[in-house]
Design a protein around this ligand. Structure first.
Ligand code: ZN
Length: 170
């Protein structure tokens, strides 16, 4: 079984005036919509992995404050609003697996393959892919459904995922 994992498609990363705008993130929305429709049609679980920080999170010594739990910035962008049967998992670090029940959720759904979309290719998508690989999941990355901090970052991260985690870029 495959699962579609949507990483950090949240206002604070995707809106142009956001504190941690990933340039071009909005261009992934049509591809991610397509992936959600495909997953829903095929009965594939859709899992949103979402940054949700405390107001004084240690991560804010590296990055400007973003995605504080309960704020508008921490919400999934309107265009990709989760449906009732979709799963939302909050995280506080780059990897969707770190201190979350993502692994347990995937195992319970008999998932062996994760299909990744979202932002940023070279940060949260990359580290989620790393942790998925180390837990034995097969990895697919949808190239038009991910965006990096820069085009070079995206290219570098896709190469890392291919070479280190045997990810298939689709
Ligand atoms: Zn964060």
């Amino acid at each position: 079984m495959e699962a579609l994992i949507i990483v950090d498609m949240l206002n604070d990363f995707v809106r142009k005036d956001a504190p941690l705008y990933v340039p071009g993130a909005e261009n992934t929305i049509p591809a991610i919509k397509r992936e959600i429709e495909r997953a829903d049609k095929q009965g594939i679980p859709v899992i949103y992995v979402c940054d949700a920080h405390d107001p004084d999170d240690e991560e804010f010594s590296i990055w400007p404050a973003h995605c504080v739990r309960g704020t508008e910035g921490a919400q999934v962008v309107d265009e990709l609003k989760p449906k009732k049967h979709h799963i939302i998992i909050e995280k506080t670090r780059y990897s969707g697996f770190f201190r979350t029940n993502l692994e347990e959720t995937l195992r319970n759904l008999n998932v062996d393959t994760v299909r990744l979309v979202g932002v940023a290719t070279n940060i949260c998508v990359l580290y989620t892919a790393a942790d998925a690989f180390m837990r034995g999941f097969r990895i697919l990355v949808v190239s038009d459904g991910v965006e990096g901090l820069t085009p070079e970052d995206k290219e570098w991260a896709l190469k890392q995922m291919k070479n280190l985690f045997l990810a298939e870029v689709v």
